[in-house]
Design a binder for this molecule. Structure first.
Ligand SMILES: *Cc1c(COP(=O)(O)O)cnc(C)c1O
Length: 462
């Protein structure tokens, strides 16, 4: 399988190169040249639905990672998901009218572990064969940084440098990062905001010579391997639900920020999975739900919410969707993205049903509905949703449908967002992993908000 750029100005590359490159050199995002289809390149549903999570992951991922020998890939997958408790990886729980897909049983209790545990092992595997080293630089407001750190901690030939805004990350999320004491992990508390951290990162990545000389790499959600790893649980949850309910198809509700998680569902549907609807849910930062309802993708200000991992202005994976939307026409796509860069807005035509895409419905949940939803599921079913999941469940309630079961993706454990849970229900939830952090030893360096100072830090610690 070869990978192309959405902007069309790159010769096709293999899977391992795609993983190491992250972003395409022409500024586009990488996509496979074509998708394997269930019943053709992939086995049929009857066969696939009998597999364990790890076996299913192998069937799907091996069609894309054709330059990794089968036995090596099996080991990579088994190692990546052995860190999940329970070992089922992504259990499905029935709560009220919904199937809740719990994606938060990895080491940092957020769905990003599903992809980043795999990506960390993949980096290690590729570096072992090719030689060289990788120095990951990232900026985080919370979840991504800790999932990335836990994905590569202790790995040879890899260092990870994660910047967070000093004093502005939740104390728990900060501890999840700074309590990792492996020698290859560097936490930088930047005297500034999350945007400052991101700007430092973008500036450094823009300096191609510096980037190449120091083998800098990124783990952000545009890496193809992250999207790929996330398609697996759509397969897994669909098969479980079809078997449990006898239905012919399912719909998914996905709380969305950078469009990474829901893009995986979109691709799984294209591969032939019987998904009749993808329900896209945003918080008040609703650029994506506005797009699917109006055809206009227009930037606005980011407002802080109870679901911080969805507080985004521009969704970094959206370009991949748009590429399919314009009929895989790289020139058209590049023109749209150029227009967006210049005007902060782009638009596509609505179809005969007055929507952008019949597969998607979209809505938003604000702070009040998030708290109400958490309280409702707590009071009625004794089940606690985290604020991100609650946004998804709230929007799913509007699009429920009798004959099609709805699977709601649960993207974080509620104990990560204690204050919101207390505000909604009056009581805290606990998780032993997080409770153990209270007395954990931590390591973190404070640094001023200055690109050159961060660069000097990198050079002296690589
Ligand atoms: C990252 C994240 C999301 C959003 O996922 P995207 O792939 O960016 O759409 C939702 N919930 C939680 C808890 C997250 O960490």
């Amino acid at each position: 399988m070869k990978y192309i750029s959405t902007r069309g100005r790159m010769a096709p590359i293999g899977f391992q190169d795609a993983v190491m490159t992250g972003l395409a050199p022409d500024g586009g995002l990488l996509l496979p040249e074509d998708l394997p289809i269930i019943g053709k390149e992939l086995p049929d549903i009857g066969t696939l639905s009998k597999l364990s999570y790890q076996e299913l992951a192998f069937e799907v991922i091996s069609r894309f990672a054709t330059d990794i020998p089968a036995d090596d890939l099996k080991k990579l997958i088994n190692d990546s998901y052995s860190t999940f408790q329970p070992l089922e990886v992504t259990p499905l729980v029935e709560v009220g009218d919904f199937q809740i897909l719990e994606l938060f049983h990895g080491p940092t209790l957020a769905f990003k572990d599903v992809a980043l545990q795999f990506l960390g092992n993949l980096f290690e595997y590729i570096l072992e064969r090719r030689g060289g080293e990788l120095n990951i630089l990232g900026a985080t407001s919370g979840d991504t940084g800790s999932a990335a750190i836990h994905g590569v901690r202790g790995k040879p030939n890899i260092n990870i440098f994660i910047m967070h805004p000093a004093g502005r990350t939740s104390p728990l999320q900060e501890k999840q990062m700074t309590s990792v004491l492996d020698d290859n992990v560097f936490n930088l508390a930047v005297d500034g905001t999350f945007d400052d951290c991101q700007n430092i990162m973008k500036t450094i990545f823009g300096e191609v010579d510096f980037k190449t000389k120091h083998s800098l790499g990124s783990v952000n959600s545009v890496n193809w391997a992250r999207v790929l790893a996330q398609t697996v649980y759509y397969f897994y949850a669909t098969f479980q639900t079809l078997e449990k309910t006898g239905a012919k198809s399912v719909q998914f509700s996905v709380p969305t920020g950078n469009f990474g998680d829901i893009l995986a569902g979109y691709l799984a549907q294209k591969m032939g999975l019987p998904i009749s609807k993808l329900i896209l849910a945003t918080n008040e930062n609703d650029i994506l739900s506005r797009f699917f309802n109006s055809g206009i993708y227009g930037m606005s200000e980011v407002v802080p919410t109870l679901s911080p991992s969805m507080d985004i202005q521009v969704a970094s994976n959206f370009e991949r969707y748009l590429y399919y939307k314009v009929g895989q026409n790289a020139e058209k796509l590049a023109a749209l993205m150029d227009g967006f860069k210049d005007n902060g807005s782009l638009s596509v035509e609505l179809n005969e049903n007055g929507v952008v895409d019949d597969l998607f419905t979209a809505g938003r949940g604000d702070t009040a509905s998030t708290l109400e939803t958490i309280k409702k599921y707590h009071d009625q079913y004794g089940y606690v949703l985290d604020p991100h999941t609650a946004v998804g469940v709230h929007v799913a309630e509007k699009f429920q449908c009798l004959e099609t079961p709805t699977i709601c993706l649960a993207t974080a454990h509620p104990a990560k967002f204690t204050q919101a849970i207390i505000d909604a229900t009056g009581e805290a939830v606990h998780h032993p992993t997080l409770d153990a952090l209270a007395d954990a030893e931590t390591r973190c360096d404070s640094i001023i908000n200055d690109v050159d100072v961060v660069k000097r830090y990198l050079v002296s610690h690589i």
